[in-house]
Design a protein around this ligand. Structure first.
Ligand code: BGC
Length: 249
């Protein structure tokens, strides 16, 4: 049986997808990226996802995983950070299954990226507690104990000094406030020290597009926990969504 599945990663600015080998984590098609429709409304996003799925895969019987920037429980999106509020309480499994005319599996975007890193990337063969964080428009997080995902950790919204800390320490916050890497690292220091105090992890993995520039900020952080950049970077969400969908078929 072919071990390929389709992965689609929905973000606040772009939606990307590819066919993935769930055995190796390698992409088996071109990676296609289209813009997220203005307002992030459910039906408009579902149509873009349908177009990407059709472009990367001609076998609708294959598993298809979609990751999304929200808490996702039993296929229902329960929050909406950086997308339309209409996603709150929406049956996303049903919306995508109907629009794509095939079975889909929807999960949180950071959980998907974490699954990819733990299976194929920076968290491979690591035991104990791994905390994955993605620094992008928001801060995504995923917890793994001995490689097993504990879904829907929402540690980006930790309240520190009275503020939802993703509004200070995400990559979008760095850009918004025109911070240098040194200035941003001061905020990241507060954020990761808090996570360290709460969880005493064995490993932090830092993903998101900015993890390409990890040399500019990770060495500035003073932590007891090992902290490493993600290995799969921009494709982690796609790969993890595909792997999880394949495993749950
Ligand atoms: C959302 C998370 C998501 C993260 C990264 C946060 O604002 O609450 O569900 O994983 O952004 O997209």
């Amino acid at each position: 049986m072919s071990k390929k599945a389709v992965g689609i990663d929905i973000g606040g600015t772009g939606i990307k997808g590819a066919l993935v080998s769930t055995k190796t984590g390698e992409l088996r098609s071109e990676r296609i990226k289209l813009g997220t429709p203005e307002g992030g409304e459910p039906e408009a996003i579902a149509e873009v996802v349908r177009d990407i799925a059709a472009a990367v895969d001609d076998k609708p019987e294959r598993a298809l995983g979609i990751c999304f920037p929200a808490v996702v429980k039993h296929g229902i999106t329960q929050s909406a950070a950086n997308v339309s509020d209409r996603w709150i309480g929406l049956d996303a499994d049903e919306l995508f299954s109907n629009t794509l005319n095939r079975h889909v599996h929807v999960i949180n975007d950071a959980d998907a990226a974490g699954v990819a890193e733990v299976k194929f990337g920076a968290g491979r063969k690591r035991s104990g507690l791994t905390v994955m964080t993605t620094l992008g428009t928001g801060i995504g997080s995923a917890l793994f104990y001995n490689g097993v995902l504990i879904p829907n950790a929402e540690l980006g919204h930790l309240e520190i000094d009275g503020v939802d800390y993703e509004t200070r320490a995400s990559f979008a916050a760095m850009e918004r406030d025109s911070l240098s890497f040194e200035e941003w690292a001061e905020r990241l220091q507060i954020y990761f020290s808090t996570l360290e105090k709460l969880f005493t992890p064995d490993l932090f993995i830092v993903g998101g597009g900015v993890s390409k520039s990890h040399e500019q900020f990770l060495p500035l952080l003073k932590l007891k926990t090992e902290i490493v950049p993600a290995a799969l970077q921009n494709s982690a969400g796609i790969i993890g969504a595909a792997a999880l969908a394949y495993a749950s078929e």
